[in-house]
Design a binder for this molecule. Structure first.
Ligand code: BLA
Length: 505
């Protein structure tokens, strides 16, 4: 069964989606020369009926009624300009966007509805929503507000805030949807659903609109222009694999707005509609602006939470400090502070392993296992270790480390000892939208042996995966606090040594 066999998902990463040689046919594309009067040398879409029959070879200004010279002067690439005024076609009005590829000027015409909301009204609304983002007390509230706001702005049936995880997979952290739709809240999606090059494009262009998943692509013509780089073109024809994916999901139109935090793609605002639905250029601009405000507020909320946690940890540390510097042996000091040390980092167990002693508190594996862990830390270079999946890191059965699936290890070199904070296994259930392990398959059609005949998975029904050998993650603040504890213990020991040295002298 091809669908069960592992397959090379890098094939998805290699699809050259920036040069599809065609556009989505709801708009028009003009390809003009960079030089001279910017004569139009190619195009795509129904230009004859919707713009004018003799478009080919015309100077750009004749077709779009405005000079572009001043805009492109001195530019060597990377131009993305939305012209301020729409232009008239035969029976409709178009917004005009200008891009510059390495070889040509690319001019996109997108139909705009007559009753489009005024810019002023949109601005006022954006302002109000942005301040409601600011007032949100935490990230969860913020994302819930964002989902609702984007549903209002776009009018789509379902809006999800989709956050990428470390491994490129992602999870829906907030959702606002029409009542008849099933929920994807908290569902995970594998990394291969949004391949690498697509993610790179979504950093470069902050919105992606697919007004209908059932369309006939409009090829670039005349022939010979199919290799033009359409990276910046909003009308860029969509990967057939992704169109099939959306159809399999039962989605009629899709739009995504990138959430870019500190230059990295943090997530997407993923919008679905049952039937076809446009996301016109002015709305896309508003959506992108709001996404910048959202990204900033996500960062603010994360920083505030980290600050609160740091403050709380510092308070506990300050209370402990005098006792960490006490007279006595290291095991004596740990015995006197072990409960506070353990609770401080929200650990299940705490252990000090010295050459001839194990001092354990809370839920810990047997002494022999604690010794083995300490030995492993030592052999690894005797550096601090923080992990939420120790079995995988040590290459040991999950069952051996049930009480030590998570660990922060602090070697105390001067004392030839290791201090361990441990967290017990928390069997994780991850709800996937469809089974990720048989995710994409090869089509059973005539091209079944062709690598290009990759198909997205057919089912998005909930699939619950059980993951073993993991504990709750340590926060950055907790790991830093463990480092500070180590330093205080070390300084405390130094004081003790100095004092006893002084006494001897
Ligand atoms: C693009 N895949 C996308 C996009 C999303 C997803 C949001 C951006 C385009 C859009 O807005 O529709 C996936 N959609 C999701 C996810 C959610 C969602 C995760 O709503 C969850 C809420 N896709 C596959 C496989 C391949 C693949 C196997 O499943 C490759 C072989 C490809 N996905 C693929 C490609 C694109 C894409 C190529 C880029 C489409 C483009 O911009 O042209």
């Amino acid at each position: 069964d091809a669908a069960d066999s592992p397959l090379d998902l890098t094939i998805c990463d290699r699809e050259p989606i920036h040069i599809p040689g065609a556009i989505q046919p709801h708009g028009l594309l003009l390809v003009a020369s960079i030089e001279g009067d910017h004569a139009v040398v190619a195009g795509a879409g129904d230009l004859e009926t919707r713009l004018r029959s003799d478009w080919l070879g015309q100077p750009l200004a004749t077709l779009i009624g405005q000079e572009v010279g001043p805009l492109i002067e001195g530019l060597s690439g990377g131009l993305n300009a939305q012209m301020p005024q729409p232009i008239a076609g035969r029976d409709e009005r178009f917004t005009v966007a200008l891009h510059r590829s390495s070889t040509h000027l690319l001019v996109e015409l997108e139909p705009i509805e007559a009753d489009a909301t005024t810019a002023a009204a949109t601005l006022a609304w954006l302002d109000a929503v942005a301040s409601s983002f600011e007032r949100a007390t935490d990230k969860t509230t913020l994302c819930a507000r964002a989902a609702a706001a984007y549903r209002t702005l776009t009018g789509f049936d379902r809006v999800m805030i989709y956050q990428f995880l470390d491994d490129g997979a992602g999870v829906v952290v907030a959702e606002d949807r029409a009542p008849h739709l099933p929920t994807f809240l908290n569902h995970h999606f594998p990394a291969s659903d949004i391949p690498k090059q697509a993610r790179a494009l979504y950093v470069r262009n902050r919105t992606r609109a697919i007004p209908t998943v059932d369309y006939t692509p409009a090829p670039l013509r005349p022939a010979g222009f199919t290799g033009v780089d359409l990276s910046d073109v909003a009308l860029r024809h969509v990967s057939p694999i992704h169109l099939q994916y959306l159809r399999n999901m039962g989605v009629g139109a899709s739009a995504s707005i990138s959430i870019v935090k500190d230059g990295l793609l943090w997530g997407l605002i993923a919008c679905h509609n049952d039937g076809p639905r446009q996301l016109p250029a002015p709305t896309r601009s508003a959506a992108a602006t709001l996404a910048s405000a959202l990204a900033r507020q996500i960062r603010t909320k994360e920083e505030a939470a980290a600050y609160r946690e740091r403050l709380q940890l510092r308070t506990v540390e300050d209370g402990l400090a005098p006792r960490l510097g006490n007279e006595g042996t290291l095991p004596q000091i740990i015995r006197a502070t072990r409960d506070e040390l353990r609770e401080m980092l929200d650990a299940d167990g705490l252990a000090l392993v010295t050459r001839d002693h194990v001092e354990a508190s809370g839920r810990c594996p047997p002494d022999a296992v604690l010794r083995a862990i300490a030995r492993w830390v030592h052999e690894r270079g005797n550096e601090p270790v923080a992990t939420h999946e120790l079995p995988a890191l040590m290459g040991v059965e999950d069952d051996v480390l049930t009480y030590a699936s998570g660990m922060i290890a602090m070697p105390l070199r001067q004392e030839d000892a290791t201090l361990l904070w441990l967290r017990a296994e928390r069997v994780e259930t991850i709800e996937w939208a469809g089974n990720p392990h048989k995710a994409p398959g090869h089509s059973a059609g005539p091209q079944a042996n062709d690598a290009a005949a990759l198909t997205p998975r057919a089912s998005f029904a909930s699939y619950v995966e059980t993951v073993r050998g993991r504990a709750r993650r340590w926060s950055q603040e907790q790991v830093e606090a463990a480092h500070r504890i180590r330093r205080r213990l070390f300084e405390g020991r130094q004081q003790v040594r100095l004092r006893s040295l002084n006494r001897e002298l």
